[in-house]
Design a binder for this molecule. Structure first.
Ligand code: ZN
Length: 246
């Protein structure tokens, strides 16, 4: 059975007021460029351990036997429960991220995950799921979702001066060799994701920066940046009209 649902999509906003970059760290925590983090829920880890135990029990029993069937059924139930909780967590996190800003930027998570975790944890790439869900949620609001290029360097970039540093996986913070600022790795990486993407989006003409539209109080707010959406997605009459002013 398949279900199709049609949803009304807001017309693309012409003014976008905020941008935020998102990074993952080795604990698979969401790290936001404004300093907010979301921890991977502990129940998922506990249930994964239980899953491994049940899988071992199933494999030890004689295939097709009554004991095997019982263990197999418990395993299937747990699989279902993990899938539902994981989806629920991903939806809630994506909703929060999509509501927080008009432009949402992620690293290319498949590659980033491989680089950071060397395989093992990539199998359960919940951040990839969160990025996908965020994409449609933010676009429903008329915002922009973007993933930065695969090989952009964001780890070890100083959030103040942009100096790059080579870091080992164990290093969780670093002191900039150029300006001396002490940075947390994940937080500075999220900022680098945001900055990198801001430049990319402006370079390819998706957005243009609007200057002098903010009052002094707004300018003081770090997160407030105003962009005009320059390149609207083509294909719809209304949007085409909006792109061609008389
Ligand atoms: Zn620096």
């Amino acid at each position: 059975m398949s279900l199709t649902q049609e949803v009304e999509c807001d017309e693309a906003k012409k003014l976008l007021h905020s941008i935020a970059g998102y990074d993952i760290n080795s604990k698979q925590t969401v790290v936001e460029s404004n300093g907010v983090t979301v921890d991977n829920p502990k129940y998922l880890k506990a249930e994964k351990e239980k899953l491994t135990r049940l899988q071992r029990q199933v494999s030890r029993k004689k295939k097709g036997s009554a004991r095997w069937k019982k263990a197999k059924s418990r395993l299937n139930q747990l699989h279902g429960s993990i899938a539902r909780k994981r989806m629920d967590f991903a939806h809630k996190t994506a909703r929060r991220i999509a509501n927080a800003s008009d432009i949402v930027v992620f690293e290319d998570l498949n590659v980033a995950g491989m680089q950071k975790f060397n395989g093992k944890m990539v199998a359960d790439n919940i951040m990839g799921l969160i990025s996908d869900l965020t994409k449609y949620k933010v676009e429903l609001r008329g915002g922009v979702h973007h993933e930065i290029g695969r090989f952009e360097r964001t780890t070890g970039v100083c959030s103040s001066c942009g100096q790059q540093h080579k870091l080992t996986l164990k290093e969780r913070s670093f002191t900039c060799t150029s300006c001396g600022l002490l940075s947390d790795c994940d937080y500075s990486s999220a900022i680098a994701v945001e900055r990198r993407d801001e430049l990319d989006l402006m370079a390819n003409g998706t957005v243009v920066r609007v200057a002098n539209t903010l009052n002094t109080k707004q300018k003081l707010g770090v997160k407030t940046k105003v962009f005009a959406l320059a390149k609207l997605p083509s294909g719809s009459e209304e949007i085409d009209k909006a792109a061609w002013p008389p």
